[in-house]
Design a protein around this ligand. Structure first.
Ligand code: NOJ
Ligand code: CA
Length: 547
């Protein structure tokens, strides 16, 4: 009860794309510090509780920072360790927590550990990565690989290294070799990284693909299966992720983190289901389970997703709710109706407000992705022009979405460079940046940004929304999703109309017979109005009432 990471809202920043302080077209730590008023500390701030920074470590950027060449450094393009410490101070002064991304499944091939490991089969780092001999030649004369594992980023998971005359394992790009977590020295070094960042004041960690740290000790081949699109799905991934050794490691990691009370961790579930996610959720450890991030615009589909998760997690596990991140299409695009005319755009924004209401009022910790608060859409960048490396490797065997589209520069203002940069942004600005930006939306009380602010304020003020239980309330209209959140004597009722026509909603009795009072409506319904038993929702109206 009362833990900040339960009731709180975490705002993900992709540092390359947030704010560029020196005109090189790439966002940086000083840029983030200059924009903290947007996030917290002022009456007109968004009012989030924490930021999560995607990687800012030195990196050759084969996977834009998710290939780390120094776990305790800051890449010069983002600033210095002193800049990071300034950022932490500036955040803490305004009551904002700082969560950082730890990429501990793999390093960059440019990390000195891998350079040493590949240079010598007998040196001190020889066993820091997962090296294997080739089991011989195939009939065609090629070197056979140690097993049938695939890379999630296309092709086999094994790359040949001439220097060692062996294969090494890479679950992602060949430039991202997997670390050998079974080596106690690796374990000690990586837990040391956790301690270093705790000493630097961080409040939590997002653990990249944490359920794939351990692979089967015997590196057995995965069983084949009839799959969907792409070679990855033609295997059952029973040996290359979700191994039992992860559980004691998580306990050890949590014990280290718990030496400083109030720190949280959230693990990114790699390619798994709700059933894989559930046992990995622990006190103060959340898991991104992806239940909501692919759900289409449909009340019934969201209801199914929520029900399935409740069934898998039970009442004790606390969910992490996410509609967008740096790997997936932006929610405002995914949920929008087809078309680019003014009506379709207005309807897309109305849907974004409904989605925001769902995200910020449903049970669980909410994670926002920068730009989501202005309903930023995907950029349109063809695969041929992609800078996202897996998009460049896409093929029939490896279908891949171009993640550049979700990583566009944050639009701050209508001025040149949208207030993001005075130089040439590393990815293009959104075509509508002059209209869709923080300044313009801040001045409009009916904007998507204003709805996010109101929702965050309401969530903070309502223990039922922050920490309460949740019960779906059945509705006669299939386009309406409704639920009640309850904590102690407080309750909140939420109704979401997914249809572009009015829809009836029936309300349950309030606790102890109390009536419901409207606290928020995304379509301008008068606040403080009493609603009870039956009401009519406006087209695409999201309504929150409290009792
Ligand atoms: C998950 C990250 O979110 C993604 O961006 C990255 O490419 C992979 N892990 C590999 O680190
Ligand atoms: Ca910069």
């Amino acid at each position: 009860m009362g833990d900040w990471w339960r009731t709180g809202v975490v705002y993900q920043i992709y540092p390359r794309s947030y704010a560029d302080s020196n005109g090189d077209g790439i966002g940086d730590l000083a840029g983030i510090v200059a924009h903290l008023d947007h996030l917290a500390g002022r009456p007109d701030s968004l009012g989030v509780d924490a930021i999560w920074l995607s990687p800012f470590y030195p990196s050759p950027d084969y996977d834009f920072g998710y290939d780390v060449a120094d776990y305790v450094g800051v890449d010069p393009k983002f600033g210095t360790v002193a800049d990071f410490e300034r950022l932490v101070d500036a955040c803490h002064r305004r009551g904002l927590k700082v969560v950082i991304d730890l990429v501990l499944n793999h390093s960059s091939a440019a990390h000195p550990w891998f350079e040493a490991s590949h240079a010598s089969r007998t040196g001190p780092f020889a066993d820091w990565f997962i090296w294997r001999d080739s089991p011989g030649r195939s009939l065609m004369g090629g070197r056979r690989r140690p097993n049938n594992w695939r890379s999630f980023f296309g092709g086999p998971a094994w790359a040949w290294d001439d220097a060692r005359g062996q294969f090494y394992l890479h679950t992602f790009l060949p430039q991202q070799p997997d670390l050998n977590w079974r080596n106690p020295e690796v374990r000690e070094a990586l837990l040391g990284v956790v301690r270093t960042w705790l000493d630097r004041g961080v409040d939590g960690f997002r653990l990249d693909v944490f359920n794939t740290y351990f692979k089967d000790a015997g590196l057995r081949s995965n069983p084949w299966r009839l799959g969907g699109r792409g070679a990855w799905s033609w295997q059952r991934h029973v040996y290359d992720r979700d191994q039992p050794e992860l559980h004691p490691l998580l306990d050890e990691l949590r014990a280290i983190v718990d030496e400083r009370p109030g720190r949280m961790t959230v693990g990114e579930l790699f390619d798994g289901t709700l059933v894989d996610a559930a046992p990995l959720i622990a006190p103060r450890h959340l898991v991104f389970d992806w239940s909501l991030i692919t759900v289409p615009w449909s009340a019934a589909a969201f209801k199914r997703a929520i029900t399935a998760r409740d069934a898998a997690f039970g009442p004790g596990r606390w969910p992490a709710n996410v509609l967008s991140n740096h790997d997936q299409p932006r929610a405002a695009s995914r949920l929008a109706p087809p078309g680019r005319d003014a009506a379709a755009i207005a309807e897309g924004d109305a849907r974004a407000k409904v989605a925001a209401t769902l995200l910020l009022t449903m049970r669980g910790t909410a994670f926002l992705y920068y730009g989501e608060e202005v309903a930023l859409r995907n950029l349109s960048i063809p695969n041929a022009e992609a800078v996202d490396p897996p998009a460049r490797r896409a093929s029939f065997l490896f279908p891949w979405w171009n993640r550049d589209q979700a990583r566009g520069p944050m639009p701050w203002s209508a001025g040149p460079g949208a207030g993001f940069s005075t130089g040439r942004p590393w990815l293009p600005l959104a075509a509508d940046a002059a209209r869709r930006n923080v300044d313009v939306e801040a001045a409009d009380s009916a904007s998507v940004l204003s709805v996010y602010r109101q929702l965050l304020g309401l969530r903070r003020a309502s223990p039922a929304l922050g920490d309460g239980d949740q019960d779906l309330v059945d509705q006669a209209d299939a386009d309406v999703l409704a639920y009640v959140r309850t904590a102690g004597d407080g309750a909140a009722f939420v109704a979401l109309n997914f249809a572009s026509r009015p829809a009836p909603v029936s309300l349950p009795a309030g606790p102890a017979g109390a009536g419901w009072r409207v606290r928020l409506s995304t379509t301008g319904r008068a606040l403080a109005q009493d609603v009870s038993e039956r009401a009519t929702l406006a087209p695409l109206e999201a309504l929150v009432a409290t009792a």
